[in-house]
Design a protein around this ligand. Structure first.
Ligand code: AP5
Length: 214
């Protein structure tokens, strides 16, 4: 199965992607997680990406497209992928199309998650992320069992550096300008399915599952 999950920062892409990957056995490729790992390891790519990420801007297309090539190939060898955070510009979507054409494959689902602005800002402003496995929690919506500790791996929970109010504003603006055009890109190909992501995590998952099973 090959799935693309679209939606603005904080709408719940990562949360849903992890559930889909776990329950449907599809490999999740989360560009944000990959980039944060590169930053953590201090690689050349990480150093380059960090300044863009910290201010809430997009990392340049050519860097992302190069980075994704090997991840897409590796996932395709084990049955497909679930893309969380890619593509994020029309340029990236065209590169993905080229990859698919060159491998004789196609996308099965493109799902666009949406929720009102105030819901998204609330989700981002209370998010806690595990510094070890990347699992996400929320100060009020999804609390961990033990304060400050990840339920999954016991790692330390922290606030992401790009979740400060100024970077959040930039990320939402960048989404509106550079990523929202992707909705029309996939709608015009007849691939896009809209899902209301404003409900509880399991409610949203049930809506996504209906699309995946259709
Ligand atoms: P990335 O990590 O992809 O960030 P993002 O797109 O801004 O998305 P988020 O991770 O903030 O939100 P999400 O939708 O995954 O929400 P989540 O599930 O965590 O990218 C970070 C940066 O990397 C970018 O800004 C850019 O610089 C760079 N980058 C990445 N990909 C790139 C690309 N392709 N091109 C260029 N640059 C790229 O949920 C948020 C919170 O809400 C959590 O606390 C969660 O517990 C809670 N929550 C989730 N769902 C619900 C629900 N249904 N009800 C209640 N609470 C919920």
């Amino acid at each position: 199965m090959r799935i693309v999950l679209l939606g603005c920062p904080g709408v719940g892409k990562g949360t849903q992607a992890k559930l889909i990957a776990l329950r449907k056995g599809v490999r999740q490729i989360a560009t944000g997680d990959i980039l944060r790992q590169e930053v953590e390891q201090g690689t050349e790519l990480g150093l380059l990406a960090q300044e863009y990420m910290d201010r809430g801007d997009l990392v340049p297309d050519e860097i992302i497209i190069n980075m994704m090539q090997t991840h897409l190939q590796a996932a395709d060898e084990v049955g497909g992928f679930l893309l969380d955070g890619f593509p994020r510009t029309v340029e990236q979507a065209r590169a993905l199309d080229q990859y698919l054409v060159s491998t004789g494959k196609s996308l099965d689902h493109v799902i666009a998650l949406s929720a009102p602005g105030e819901v998204v800002v609330h989700r981002l402003s209370g998010r806690l992320t595990c510094n070890n496995c990347g699992a996400t929690y929320h100060e009020t919506n999804r609390q961990p069992r033990n304060f400050g500790t990840c339920d999954v791996c016991g790692g330390r929970l922290q606030i992401r550096s790009d979740d400060d109010p100024e970077a959040v504003r930039t990320r939402l603006q960048v989404y509106a300008e550079r990523s929202a055009p992707l909705l029309d890109y996939y709608r015009s190909q007849g691939l896009l399915r809209d899902v209301d992501a404003s409900g509880e995590v399991e409610e949203v998952y049930a809506l996504i599952e209906k699309v995946l099973d259709s």
